[in-house]
Design a protein around this ligand. Structure first.
Ligand code: PHE
Length: 340
């Protein structure tokens, strides 16, 4: 019996272990099977030899466990080292990299700028915090006139009034004060109105306004310019129409509609079965505004228009809820990834 132990001992000592698989085979063969089998054999051993037998088996068990542990440590250390030193495999596919996308409002704004630049309009910019003169008074809003209430204003200071601009018409005033006609420019930018946020309205939104002042500028120029814009933006079959309206700074004034780009004018739920969609306001610059800004209203005439960038983006990409523009939901934004 002791010879069996001796044989197993030499086997344990001689067993070649080079890989984790060898180590597992060793464990199963000796630690799990052969050595417990020798233990189980105890009852067949003569009582007087049991002590020696037990000691010998225990010694063998210790030997096997030690060998297992030592090799396990060596293999672990080697595999860690290999991990650090493994050469870079340049043929592996790269981890997909998420690229950002241009915001849909920026897409629309860029497109609007592109269309107007091609017909000779510059881009003008101005401050978002404005005084009463540039946002209202110069634009022919008389003091205490109800027209001021058409645009619920966020006031920052009272007397003199300082407010967040309610439209980019304030930039028109700045341009007219600082440049001599001819003036041909568009003013894209953020505007602010104290309105409840809903699917169709927000207290912060974007406008692009346009201004053209020169000798003999007429309503026909306004109509053709906006007609050109509508065809470029929404497709060559787009029609436009003007509806008489009121703005303090233009006379006459008109609201601008385009034929519904979804049903082509047949009537659908987007255009509320009218076949037309409103995109903005427009008109001939009121002579009072020209005079307020130091431009001779006998010599010069001009047109102005203003459109909501959110509104145009919603029509172009058929977006139902304006709040999506500011929620930063990547699932929404990702959809514009391939557009530039
Ligand atoms: N400023 C107007 C608005 O924000 C839009 C507009 C601009 C109307 C120019 C007519 C001419 O409501």
């Amino acid at each position: 019996m002791l010879e069996d132990i001796q044989t197993l001992k030499s086997q344990v000592e001689a067993y070649q272990i080079n890989t984790p698989e060898d180590l597992e085979a060793f464990r199963l063969k000796f630690v799990k099977k052969e050595i417990p089998a020798l233990m189980g054999n105890m009852r067949n051993i003569a009582p007087e030899n049991r002590k020696d037998y037990g000691l010998a088996v225990n010694e063998l068990k210790g030997l096997a466990q030690e060998k297992f542990k030592a090799i396990q440590d060596t293999l672990k250390a080697a595999s860690l080292e290999a991990g650090i030193q493994a050469p870079l495999d340049m043929t592996l596919p790269i981890v997909p990299h998420q690229l950002g996308s241009v915001h849909p409002l920026t897409l629309t704004q860029n497109r609007i700028i592109e269309i107007f630049e091609r017909i000779g309009f510059n881009v003008a910019d101005g401050p978002e915090i404005e005084d009463d003169w540039h946002n209202f008074t110069a634009l022919n809003f008389p003091p205490n006139h109800p027209a001021r209430e058409m645009q619920d204003t966020f006031f920052l200071e009272k007397d003199p009034d300082i407010a967040l601009r309610t439209h980019t018409s304030s930039v028109q005033v700045r341009l007219m004060e600082n440049q001599k006609p001819p003036i041909r420019a568009i003013m894209p930018g953020r505007v602010f109105r104290n309105e409840a946020i809903s699917a169709r309205a927000h207290c912060i939104f974007h406008q692009v306004e346009g201004l053209y002042i020169d000798e003999n500028v007429s309503l026909i120029d306004l109509k053709q310019t906006l007609y050109h814009f509508a065809k470029e933006m929404f497709g060559k079959n787009t029609k436009i129409r003007f509806r008489p309206s009121y703005f303090p700074f233009t006379e006459p004034s008109a609201e601008v509609d385009i034929s519904c780009n979804i049903c082509q004018g047949d009537g659908c739920n987007v255009c509320k079965y009218t076949g037309w969609l409103e995109i903005g306001g427009s008109g001939m610059v009121d002579p009072n505004v020209l005079e307020n800004c130091g431009i001779d209203s006998e010599k010069y005439t001009g047109f102005a228009f203003g459109m909501g960038i959110e509104r145009i983006t919603m029509l172009k990409y058929r977006i139902q809820d304006l709040r999506l523009f500011t929620e930063n939901d990547v699932r929404f934004l990702k959809q514009f990834r391939n557009l530039v």
